[in-house]
Structures are given as C-alpha cells and as structure tokens.
Design a protein around this ligand. Sequence first.
Ligand code: NI
Length: 177
Amino acid sequence: MAIKPVLRMGDSRLLEPSRLVKKFRTPELKELIADMRDTMTSLQGAGLAAPQIGINLQVVIFGVEANTRYPDAEAVPFTILINPKLTPIGDKIDEGWEGCLSVPGMRGLVPRFVNLRYQGFDERGKKIDRKVSNFHARVVQHECDHLAGILYPMRIRDMRNFGFTAELFPGEDIADD
Ligand code: NI
C-alpha cells in the first residue's frame, strides 16, 4: 500500500483506453485498489481512476463524505467499480464545476447526464448495478471517462468556463487541486 504519484494532463498515458480486468481476487488487484485508495485519500479527491497512477486497467474508486474540494456536494458512498458500463437514463444534462487530480489547481464547467445507471463489479467480482442522479452521477461519469482516455477539459463547451480555482472562486476556501 502506497501513495502513488498522480499523472498530470499532458502525459500521454492518460489518453489511452484502459483494458478490462479479467481476474478478480488477485493480490495485484488488491494492491492496486489499496494504492488508489491511499492516493485518493491523501489528496482529498472525490475519485480516482487506475490510469491516473499509470495502471491501464478499468478500475475506478470514488466516494465523498464531507470534502473540502466539493463543499456543497452530497455524500457519495465509497465505491470500487471495475469494468464499468454506463447507461444514461433520459437525456437531461446539467453543467457543473469539476476538478481533477490530474489537472491540479483548476476547475471547469462540464455537462453531464443528470440520471445514470451504472453497472460493473466490485473487487471481489460481485455485481454492482445502481441508478443514481446529480453529483453521484457526475462523479461516476468523470471517473469512467478516464478509462476512455477522456479528461474533463475535453468536455467543456465554453472554454471561458475553465480556469484556475483561485481566480474563478476568489475568497472561497476550496482545495487547490
Ligand atoms: Ni479526474
């Protein structure tokens, strides 16, 4: 278990599609998830995808309690999601501010589906199948985008809504990355 360096935008490894996990309950998978959890916790992230620590596998983790990075966000249960499949429910889209540990110090306004079904597996290979909305749905879409090599700035519709957190939200106590 270790805190790993997080790759930053510009590193071409973040642009590669990730591979499916074929075997569950392996020591390698267990170690990967522990490293991801340690790394996300140390940086107070809302989520982390395996490619962000240089591992090209379809594994994401996410979860939000009280989080200084997202002070107004609702809680999202800590989840390990492997080989995810996302299905939007309806076509309602909302824009919301996002940050990313691979794009430190910045925020952007990103459109996401409001209602989402996501399926996949936990670390033991047990099925996950949930229908979620709003912030929970946003976090899942953000993290799963990483598995397709997509970083949130690529989805911003109006680049005037992209910038440094300290400039966009002066005086607000929001963590820097
Ligand atoms: Ni991210």
